[in-house]
Design a protein around this ligand. Structure first.
Ligand SMILES: Cc1cc2nc3c(=O)[nH]c(=O)nc-3n(C[C@H](O)[C@H](O)[C@H](O)COP(=O)(O)OP(=O)(O)OC[C@H]3O[C@@H](n4cnc5c(N)ncnc54)[C@H](O)[C@@H]3O)c2cc1C
Length: 390
């Protein structure tokens, strides 16, 4: 067995793990990242696409935003469609902050390119385990050889289904969870978006979202039943439903094209408190999940990592552990604000299976208020761009 030593062992090469590795590298702190999937798989995983300004600034500070600054589209508003209305919500004018459309897979590619050849990043590690939160050790198999990494700190950036959170003693962790009675079918379409800004559409048949990944590629979502499978959604049905829901009685623009990727995502809210135990910490989806409606997941993951990287630097360079001790408290304020907003936005935009006519009308009244009130739009905008007080 090979025995290695590092300051920070990082489980998972998603956006959280890779950015943490990058920030530590810039602070002169060594780390080892282990990922159980292949490089090709993580670079092609289609997920988030909306970056808050704080996330973009962090990526710039980390020196990994050259491509982002060249390729991403900056958005300052979106359109809200429901019943007989289509209203533009100018969130940047109301909050002073914009958002950037840049695929998560591109963020991951940029971070991998910045690390490879400079610091340890191991793909296709098998049977990864984390033990002993006081003196943490990572173990895994790499190219047929068992490896043990002795670490000062291990950070689980291994997502909701990872191994780090379950390695913590159950008596120390409290979890909160809610599963929504619908899912999202997401399709990636090889066709230029016909419109420049996102469209959130509420229809009596359910929610749909028109978004984009690049000037050539559109990304569309439909609220579907959580028991649906991809076989239930052949191309014809996807397009028919998108045309119906995005029209909302107003006419619409929708460019069809070949569907190049599709997936169904469960909708859930989840928080694990605290976000660590002794010298094992959790960041990103490993610690919390939001339904994707408000596009908060990736942004929360990046925000956790910023706080954790600073706290680790204080500990390793000054012997000051106060940042690490306060890590959970600092992050959870923002996490709970985003959890609540994501739940609220999900409730506002989706048709619940047991929704009565009266409740549908209540939602309509809420949407009209949001669309017509400067105060409501401003509060919404602060939350949407991630600048609301927490
Ligand atoms: C359809 C969809 C749309 C979304 N849209 C948005 C959006 O617009 N904006 C937004 O902010 N968020 C969005 N999100 C959420 C966002 O994608 C996640 O919050 C984000 O990926 C979290 O990053 P992470 O690094 O914490 O976790 P992940 O991206 O899940 O990365 C975890 C990594 O750990 C690896 N791993 C797991 N288990 C192990 C193990 N045992 N050993 C080693 N490695 C392991 C995984 O392979 C993965 O590479 C969306 C999510 C989905 C599914």
């Amino acid at each position: 067995m090979a025995v290695w030593r590092t300051r920070v062992g990082i489980v998972g090469a998603g956006p959280a793990g890779l950015l943490l590795g990058r920030l530590l590298e810039l602070a002169g702190i060594d780390s080892v990242i282990v990922e159980h999937r292949s490089r090709d798989y993580v670079e092609k995983r289609v997920r988030a696409g909306l970056l808050e300004q704080g996330t973009v600034e962090l990526l710039r500070d980390a020196g990994v935003a050259d491509r982002l600054d060249r390729l991403a589209a900056v958005h300052t508003g979106f359109e809200l469609r429901f019943v007989d209305e289509a209203v533009r919500l100018p969130f940047a004018d109301l909050s002073g902050r914009a958002v950037w459309m840049y695929g998560q897979a591109e963020v991951v590619k940029d971070l991998i390119a910045a690390r490879l050849g400079k610091a340890p990043l191991h793909f296709e590690a098998r049977d990864v385990t984390v033990t002993d939160p006081e003196n943490p050790v990572l173990r895994f198999e790499l190219d047929g050889e068992r490896v043990e990494v002795r670490c000062d700190v291990v950070v689980g950036c291994d997502g909701y289904h990872g191994v780090t959170r379950p390695s913590l003693p159950t008596s120390t962790v409290r979890t909160y969870r809610h599963t929504y009675p619908f899912a999202w079918l997401g399709v990636l379409v090889d066709a230029p978006p016909a419109i420049k800004e996102l469209v959130y559409a509420c229809h009596e048949r359910g929610f749909s979202l028109y978004s984009m990944r690049s000037p050539e590629v559109s990304r569309l979502y439909l609220q579907v039943d959580p028991t649906d499978t991809l076989a239930d959604w052949p191309d014809d049905r996807v397009w028919e439903e998108l045309h119906t829901r995005l029209a909302t009685g107003l006419g619409h623009e929708l460019t069809e094209g070949p569907i190049i990727e599709r997936g169904i995502t469960a909708m859930r809210s989840f928080v694990s408190e605290p976000m660590g135990h002794h010298n094992v910490f959790l960041a990103g989806d490993a610690a919390h999940i939001v339904p994707p409606t408000a596009a908060k997941g990736l942004n929360l993951a990046m925000s956790d990592v910023r706080v954790l990287a600073e706290a680790l630097a204080d500990w390793f360079t000054k012997g000051d552990r106060s940042g690490l001790d306060g890590y959970t408290r600092t992050c959870l304020r923002r996490v709970w604000r985003a959890e609540e907003f994501s739940d609220w936005m999900t409730g506002l935009l989706h048709r619940f299976p047991d929704e009565q006519n009266m409740q549908f009308r209540f939602r309509e009244a809420r949407l009209r208020y949001l669309a017509g009130s400067q105060a409501a739009m401003t509060s919404f905008s602060e939350n949407y761009v991630g600048s609301a007080a927490a």
